[in-house]
Structures are given as C-alpha cells and as structure tokens.
Design a binder for this molecule. Structure first.
Ligand SMILES: NC(=O)c1ccc[n+]([C@@H]2O[C@H](COP(=O)([O-])OP(=O)(O)OC[C@H]3O[C@@H](n4cnc5c(N)ncnc54)[C@H](OP(=O)(O)O)[C@@H]3O)[C@@H](O)[C@H]2O)c1
Length: 263
C-alpha cells in the first residue's frame, strides 16, 4: 500500500502538470513568438474573435474589412485595419502595396458568404431556386477569394519561417456527410478544400503548412443563434491548434477541436 507521502507527492505532481497543461493549451494565449497574423473578414463574427484573441495573446494582427470606416469593433481590438473585398482585384493590389516587405506568419482566409437566406430563417437557396449569379457569388468569395488572397500574399508569407495558411471551411463541404441543401455554400467550400489540397501540393515543398479548418457551428450572423458554440469557445481552441501544426498535418481537413475530418 502506498504511504500518505507517496500519495500526496503524486497528487502534487498531477496538480502541477494540470496547471502547466492548462496554461500551455487550455487558453487562447498560445505562445507568442512575435508572430504576425492576417485575418480576412475580421470586422464581425469569427474573424473579429480571431482578431481579439490574437491581439490579446501579443501577436501583430492585420484584420481586413470591406468597409474599414465602419469596422469600429475591429479597430477597438488594436488590430491594424486594412480594406479588402476578397473578390476585388483593386483591393488585392492595394493590399499587396501596403504590405510590401512585411512578414506574415499566419494567413487566415476567414471571409465567407453563405447566401441570401441564412440558416436561421429556415430556408436556403436549393436546387430549384439557386441562380447562376448566386453560385458565382459563393464561389467568388469562398473558393476564389482564399486562392487569390494567398497568391497575392505569398511574398509576405515567404518572409516567415513558420508560414501557415488556414482556410476556414465547414463540415457542410464534406462529400462524406449528409448535405443540408445549401448548394452554393457547400459546393464553394468543397472547392475551397481542393484549393487547400492543391496549395499543399505546390507549397509544402517550400515549408508551408496549409490546412482547411472547420470552426464548428457558432453563434454568429452566419451561424445564427442556433449555433452550438460561442465564437470565443471555438477560437480559443483553434488558436493553440494552429500554433501546434506540424508539416505532417498539412494538406488535411481539421475540426476546431483538433480532430481530423474526412473530405
Ligand atoms: N458561423 C458558423 O457556424 C460557421 C460554420 C462553419 C464555417 N464557418 C465559416 O467561418 C467563416 C466566418 O464565418 P462567420 O460565422 O463569422 O460569418 P459572418 O458572421 O457572416 O461574417 C462573415 C465575414 O466575412 C466577410 N465577407 C463576406 N463577403 C466578403 C467579401 N466579398 N470580401 C471580404 N469579406 C467578406 C463579412 O464582411 P461584411 O461585414 O463586410 O459583410 C464578415 O466579416 C466563414 O468562412 C464561414 O463560412 C462559419
């Protein structure tokens, strides 16, 4: 039988271990190594929460917004606000000019578009109502946005030793999962996943880590109040997860809680 001293000693070490693990992995305050992160669509929702938590953890944060003049919540985080509509060549060219020679360690392609009618209203553009215009809008924002923003910022990412590209996807994109019927959103995010795989093909050889990351169903304008997660819960798991990525994890699809997803 163990003596009282041995029992006390092992509980003490267990307690110490728990405290250490919590401080390393349990909060959003991943170890800041003086890194810079750029987040698209950072004026509200998950993008805004990413900005808040990265600033708090000591990162240099660029947050983009289509209308910087009204991005007051983003400004209040302390992030540097830059104008960007991810479908605008003009905005992308201006962004490239502004950021010339500046290192970006983490690019979070977060800006996203669901469609004209949100989940919260119970209706979605489906097979008999979706239009070519609507499909094109979804693909332009969700698939081509991350592709061309990444292409434009490659010189900045190449200045980093830990170059990471995080494409915010969704379980609605999964070919292996039952469809919820939002055709524009699901098809465009499935396309985004192929962008991830193809980027990985070209960029992993150059030391990049590229992943698709699904944030879970969150209470935001897009996720509606039916979301199961508060943005701070989802983001406080994703930040340390992004920090822990290794080259072997590149080119894959991950859930916000660190579990691997099927395509
Ligand atoms: N919430 C969820 O449950 C959930 C689940 C799975 C995946 N996601 C993904 O997570 C990401 C963030 O979602 P969210 O819930 O935070 O959505 P949200 O609350 O609707 O916010 C969307 C953000 O994207 C921006 N955006 C839309 N179109 C843009 C464009 N053309 N150029 C630049 N920015 C644009 C919006 O800017 P404006 O304010 O100017 O419109 C806004 O900042 C999206 O990629 C989404 O698909 C969300």
């Amino acid at each position: 039988m163990k003596s009282f001293y041995t029992k006390f000693n092992s509980s003490y070490y267990l307690f110490l271990f728990a405290i250490l693990s919590f401080s390393l992995f349990g909060t959003a305050h991943a170890i800041n190594k003086g890194e810079t992160v750029l987040i698209t669509g950072a004026n509200r929702g998950l993008g805004l929460e990413f900005a808040k938590q990265y600033v708090k953890a000591g990162y240099k944060v660029y947050g983009t917004a289509r209308k910087p003049e009204s991005a007051t919540d983003l400004k209040a985080t302390g992030a540097e606000v830059l104008k960007l509509d991810v479908t605008s060549e003009e905005d992308i060219n201006a962004l490239v000019k502004t950021l010339k020679g500046k290192k970006i360690d983490i690019l979070i392609n977060n800006a996203g578009y669901f469609g004209p009618v949100g989940i919260g209203e119970g209706k979605m553009a489906g097979i008999s109502s979706v239009t070519r215009k609507e499909m094109t809008s979804c693909i332009n924002v969700n698939t081509l946005g991350p592709l061309f923003i990444t292409q434009a910022l490659l010189p900045n990412l190449k200045l980093s030793d830990t170059r990471r590209i995080i494409n915010i996807s969704t379980r609605s994109s999964m070919l292996s999962r039952k469809s919820h019927g939002a055709i524009g959103y699901s098809v465009s995010k499935a396309g985004l996943n192929m962008v991830t795989v193809t980027m990985n093909h070209y960029l992993s050889k150059q030391g990049f880590i590229v992943i698709s990351l699904a944030p879970g169903h969150n209470k935001t304008d897009m996720g509606s109040d039916r979301g199961k997660l508060e943005p701070h819960e989802s983001i406080s798991k994703m930040i340390p997860f992004i920090d822990s990525l290794t080259p072997k994890m590149s080119g894959q699809f991950w859930y916000y809680d660190g579990n691997k997803l099927a395509w």
